[in-house]
Write a protein that binds this ligand. Structure first.
Ligand code: CA
Length: 674
């Protein structure tokens, strides 16, 4: 995540209400950080709302509250309550209230009094359905939100995360452009439309994903976030969504009607179902590390202080760079995260979770997340950013850092090692990398190839970023050269290759992605790079307009060869388990690097029918220099898979080996069965 800072809707939410929902003006009560561990916690699964045959039941966790009310409404905003329930103290820090009716169709908020102060209303932290802008929680019958066949719906079964090919997308990026041929532009439903075509006749939408061959779509934050005003969608606001508001309800602006709480739920499920029917899994980007607001967040308005870490002076600590950081080491917060992902997996059939700034969370929480999700569905996987955006009071040894990934089970981290080595440093636009002719990155590329696992021929002391083999297995590593953050690969190449032609830059992109997709670990790509999309050089486009962010689908026609290259590259990886080894031992045994002294060349073999591959040996030579490299390949019956900027998973032709020229900025891949 790049900085979203505090942008916000706080003011408009207050102004929109005719009811007195003014945020408190006094400071919230503060507690000693050491005190929170002694607060009673509530492990029940019925927090905040449960509807059953005996009626509607409210349970709010707020140990220090002096009084709590539930306000019942007929509509999602701008109306006075039709009823106010006084809650009573329940068990383990909770407050409870019940009515004998099933209040389907109604809305509710909580109002907590603490430290002698009545706080502003909040939909709570467990609202599973909300109205416009998530101001009020809604009481809906979830059975009515299931698409047809939902009970039999499931995502693709995969044995290991390394079998996944992950495609990271934002709803608006993917469908918003006038060329997309998609009706429900910028909506969950965009991913349900079959047979959509661009204005030039190329497949778009879900058909495009099937054609490309990715296994999982990773959608940018799709829970209810704060920055887009759902009451004014005609104004075409754009945001990445790293500003969480209601963690357990879908974002309203991606639905066709944010005012009807069932609609966003149903439409998100329809999206998941359509992707599943196409054989594609859905990964959710989750941002439990901070909230959009501080004192006005739902966490603060239910149990002030508890859910966040603070500095010694009582102010919010800020490892997220967005104004606050949550405290996963506290039981009720840990349970919140674990139960929230479990809820998305169970109710929405989500197949994977990407944790934003994961190192703000503690290792124990992440281990519990992964273990609990595997119980629901063994194919679910979890990965995250193994870093923070600022310092945290949480000791480094407890953080879910990249360097601590081997202390976690079932968690993978993004490899900034391969990212920066291949394309150049992320924060210095002009910096080049291995694929663009800058020497000195060869060893770090090798670190990427072996997925940061220990290998006898890889010298980690020469690594650009990490100086030791931090991964215990390739299943702990996500490989990539770009994502929503920073310059797109297209823009990065333009910035770092002044005076180059587009053809040269596309060649560099092919080499870069060939390294990523043939490396051990799990490949990850940013949506649209397969058609060479750009973002007009904007590196932090979190609130840039559609004109910057939307993918122009006429590029698929213009850059058809680029698309074909990506498609064949993905096909190659999926067809050959040698690229998807699961243990460090196998990698150390089967991968043999050639001793090369030329700068910007890495050459290696994958041997021994690795991981059950039909190919006995695969030879890969990456030439990132601007001079031809003469490779010496053993004599044999080789199938030529990639050469001189072209690739075909089933082979471009054959070779007898010997001396083979690897053209500048290109990959040579050969394979033999004997
Ligand atoms: Ca929202």
């Amino acid at each position: 995540m790049k900085r979203t800072f505090k942008a916000g809707l706080v003011l408009s939410a207050v102004l929109a209400g005719t009811v007195a929902t003014q945020a408190q003006t006094q400071p919230l009560p503060r507690y000693m950080e050491s005190e929170y561990a002694s607060w009673p916690t509530y492990g029940g699964q019925d927090l905040e709302l449960k509807v059953d045959a005996s009626g509607t039941h409210f349970t709010l966790w707020s140990p220090k509250a002096e009084a709590v009310q539930v306000l019942i409404y007929d509509t999602d905003r701008n109306t006075a309550p039709v009823d106010t329930l006084q809650m009573k103290r329940g068990q383990n820090g909770t407050w409870v209230a019940s009515v004998p009716q099933q209040l389907y169709g109604k809305f509710y908020t909580f109002r907590v009094t603490v430290g002698g102060q009545q706080l502003a209303e909040t939909p709570g932290v467990w609202a599973k359905a909300v109205g416009t802008n998530g101001e009020r929680a809604a009481i809906i019958d979830f059975a009515t939100t299931d698409p047809q066949g939902w009970d039999r719906d499931h995502g693709p079964a995969i044995e290991n995360i390394t079998d996944a090919v992950i495609y990271e997308m934002h709803h608006r990026d993917f469908s918003m452009h006038p060329s997309s041929g998609i009706v429900n532009k910028g909506k969950f439903l965009a991913l349900t439309e079959p047979q959509t075509r661009s204005v030039l006749g190329d497949a778009t939408g879900i058909d495009h994903l099937k054609e490309l061959g990715v296994t999982h779509v990773h959608i940018l934050p799709s829970y209810d976030y704060n920055s887009v005003d759902e009451s004014n969608l005609a104004s075409n606001q754009y945001n990445w969504g790293y500003d969480p508001y209601n963690y357990n309800a879908p974002e309203g602006s991606y639905s066709t009607n944010p005012a009807d709480p069932s609609v966003r739920v149903r439409e998100m499920k329809e999206m998941v179902k359509a992707l599943h029917d196409a054989g594609i899994g859905v990964v959710m980007d989750v941002v439990y590390n901070h909230t959009a607001n501080n004192d006005d967040s739902n966490f603060s308005l239910t149990a002030p202080g508890y859910y966040y870490r603070h500095r010694a002076d009582g102010s919010y600590s800020d490892a997220s760079g967005c104004g606050n950081e949550t405290a996963s080491e506290r039981q009720q917060m840990r349970d919140f995260i674990v139960n929230s992902v479990k809820y998305w997996a169970n109710e929405y059939h989500i197949d994977g979770f990407r944790f934003d700034l994961m190192a703000i969370h503690d290792i124990e929480t992440m281990n519990e997340v992964a273990a609990e999700l595997k119980k629901i569905n063994p194919s679910i996987f979890v990965y995250g950013e193994g870093w923070t955006a600022g310092d945290s009071p949480l000791p480094a040894e407890k953080r879910a850092l990249k360097e601590n990934v081997d202390k976690m089970t079932g968690i993978a981290v993004f490899s900034d090692d391969i990212r920066d080595a291949v394309k150049g440093h992320y924060s210095n636009a002009a910096d080049r990398g291995f694929a663009t002719g800058k020497p000195g990155n060869e060893e770090t590329v090798k670190i990427g190839i072996v997925a940061s696992t220990a290998h006898p021929q890889v010298d980690y002391r020469k690594g650009n970023n990490s100086k030791f083999a931090y991964a215990g297995a390739p299943t702990e590593i996500i490989n990539y050269v770009s994502c929503h953050d920073d310059l797109t690969l297209t823009d990065k190449l333009a910035a770092s290759m002044p005076g180059s032609t587009e053809a040269q830059r596309q060649r560099a992109a092919r080499l870069a992605q060939t390294i990523v997709f043939t490396s051990q670990g799990t490949p990850f790509m940013f949506a649209g790079e397969e058609v060479f999309r750009d973002k007009k050089g904007v590196h932090n486009s979190y609130k840039s307009p559609d004109s910057v962010n939307a993918i122009d689908w006429t590029l698929k026609n213009k850059n058809a060869e680029q698309f074909d290259y990506y498609r064949e590259l993905i096909k190659l990886r999926k067809s050959h388990p040698a690229f998807r080894m699961t243990t460090a031992r196998d990698i150390a045994k089967n991968i043999v690097f050639d001793k090369i002294t030329s700068p910007n060349v890495v050459s290696y073999s994958i041997r021994n029918n690795a991981n059950g591959d039909e190919w006995k040996e695969i030879k890969l030579v990456f030439n990132g220099s601007d001079a031809p490299f003469v490779a010496k390949v053993p004599r044999g019956e080789w199938l030529v898979i990639a050469r001189d900027g072209r690739i075909k998973a089933d082979g471009l032709g054959t070779s007898k080996g010997g001396t083979i020229v690897v053209e500048p900025t290109s990959a040579l891949i050969l394979a033999r069965r004997q």
